[in-house]
Design a protein around this ligand. Structure first.
Ligand code: ACM
Length: 541
């Protein structure tokens, strides 16, 4: 097919009906059938703005785009028909119509991704093709860490737009960590008053000698969160909030010292953490901590309608618990074997608490250690192993192994990658990632809800860096998450790269500061320009 059909992610089927095109003009109407009003709003706001076309309502005859929900299509599936009648965008549900509208926008060409027309002479031509498509996975996620470096609301909304353009549908919002607490909690105001700012920041890898001697911080108000959730919902994206417990909690302890292990260290002297790695300062396993976080989660549930609520659970060092008489007493009182079981008890408490409120807990794969609560789901990040064990035990899984889809890891081996951390994960590595590992039977494989790319931001000081790390790899990831064809193991990277040629034009129009596609990179063409390679694990290890 021609460049106009170089779609990403690749659709299940695209076939030409006749030669030629349908041309949009000022009279082209938008006929939104029941249930598709949100998609019509989105089309007018985006394609309308890019083309300058008004898309009047309803209309007659062939000069129309008709949006409809059709019962013969699967959930999130869609069909585009451009024959000699009106242009049909049909979906199995409103989400399917929306994903169809994303493909429609790609077919219009790169300038359909701008926010205003750049040429009054532009022709808006749609090839006479039929596309039939449906996602492989129901969880097609992106995690953004807004704790290590704060992303102002506007940047979050922009990432939701970028997700929508790639048919990604779960935004995992990493809202709290040792280095910052980003969501306003009414009953615990110091979480943001104190916990959302740090005095200075380690610059680069945690082994780097450099500091940025400036305060860093920010947070989202409750209305900001409502706006983000509503904006995502209009784009058929679910926002899954993460409140990380019982580790990665130093910012919370800095705000409320009684949350920490006060019988081991002077928690009143703790500040929001200014460097990277895994802080030893973890929550105390007390009733006070449980009640405090129940209050946090009550407000989180008011703001986020998501079925799944992420409680972190990763990288909780147990040294303070081992040293704490109070933690030891708790272990004895509960009849637990050790500190791993204490963590499992802590997470299990919130699994039950959430389930009593009609929600489900999801956590990083460490929640498997010491026993995992019924109904809990797992984000498998340390490889496939946690996900395999969880699926075999009947738990739902999101596959996000750091070996493939941690987009903080560098994209090439060059000494002068601007973000030179972690292991090399090339565009092709991400493209070849297979979320369903071998060795699962059919019912266990069903437990793999999908996959997620994770963007940790220790060394991404701003959105230009985030763009550079996320793209183009997120486009490859989107295809892994969406496209069932070709079969895993048979993916054709050369064909993907060919389609990426068109996709870079879309990313340019969207203003994405992606890593340039192939070497030598622009700065490598200038002799004498050298970066500072930093080997070893990424800074959160
Ligand atoms: C993680 O990377 N600590 C989930």
């Amino acid at each position: 097919m021609t460049s106009e059909t170089e779609l990403i992610p690749a659709p299940a089927r695209a076939a030409r009906n006749t030669d030629g095109h349908m041309f949009l003009d000022r009279a082209t109407a938008l006929d939104a059938r029941p249930g598709t009003e949100g998609v019509a709003r989105w089309l007018r706001a985006t394609v309308g703005a890019a083309t300058g076309l008004p898309f009047p309502e309803a209309g007659e005859g062939a000069n129309r785009v008709v949006l409809s929900i059709e019962p013969d299509l699967p959930p999130e599936g869609y069909r585009l028909v451009n024959d000699d009648g009106p242009y049909l965008i049909q979906g199995g549900d409103a989400a399917g119509v929306f994903w169809g509208a994303q493909t429609f926008r790609q077919l219009l060409g790169p300038d359909a991704f701008r926010r205003a027309p750049v040429s009054s002479a532009a022709e808006w031509a749609l090839p006479r093709i039929t596309v039939e498509d449906a996602p492989r996975f129901r969880w097609r996620g992106l995690m953004l860490d807004v704790a290590r470096h704060f992303t102002p609301k506007e940047g979050v909304l922009r990432y939701l737009d970028l997700m929508a353009a790639h048919k990604l549908n779960v935004f995992h919002f990493h809202l709290t960590d040792d280095q910052g607490w980003r969501i306003a909690i009414e009953r615990h105001p110091r979480l943001t008053e104190v916990g959302s700012w740090r005095a200075r920041t380690k610059f680069g890898h945690r082994a780097s000698p450099l500091w940025e001697e400036k305060p860093h911080g920010g947070h989202y108000s409750r209305d900001d969160i409502r706006e983000i959730v509503a904006y995502a919902a209009e784009r058929h994206i679910t926002v899954v909030p993460e409140i990380d417990v019982p580790g990665h909690s130093q910012a919370a302890i800095a705000a409320y010292p009684e949350l920490g292990n006060t019988d081991v260290i002077d928690t009143a002297s703790l500040t929001v953490w200014d460097t990277w790695g895994i802080s030893p300062n973890v929550l105390a396993p007390t009733d006070n901590t449980l009640r405090f976080y129940e209050g946090v989660f009550e407000e989180v549930l008011e703001l986020f309608p998501s079925e799944f609520i992420h409680v972190g659970g990763d990288e909780c060092p147990k040294e303070q618990w081992r040293a704490s008489p109070a933690a030891k007493a708790r272990i004895a009182e509960l009849g637990l074997a050790d500190e791993d079981e204490l963590q499992a008890w802590f997470i299990g408490h919130f699994a039950k608490w959430l389930s009593a409120r009609g929600r489900r807990l999801i956590g990083w794969d460490e929640i498997l250690e010491g026993g995992i609560a019924e109904g809990a789901a797992v984000s498998s990040w340390r490889g496939y192993g946690g996900g395999i064990a969880a699926a075999r035990a009947g738990h739902d899984v999101v596959m996000c192994p750091e070996q493939y889809v941690y987009l903080d890891h560098r994209q090439a081996d060059g000494a002068d990658e601007p973000v030179p951390i972690g292991y090399v994960r090339t565009l092709e590595d991400v493209y070849r990632f297979e979320p369903v590992p071998p060795g699962l039977d059919a019912s266990q494989a069903e437990r793999i809800m999908g996959t997620q790319a994770n963007v940790w931001t220790e060394v991404m000081e701003d959105l230009a860096r985030v763009d550079y790390q996320a793209f183009p790899r997120l486009a490859a990831f989107a295809e892994v998450a969406w496209s069932a064809l070709p079969a895993p193991g048979e993916r054709d990277f050369a064909d993907f790269e060919r389609r990426m040629t068109a996709h870079y034009g879309r990313l340019d129009a969207l203003g994405v500061a992606y890593r340039p596609p192939s070497g030598p990179l622009p700065w490598q063409r200038r002799p004498g320009v050298q970066g500072r390679p930093i080997d070893g694990p990424p800074p959160n290890r």
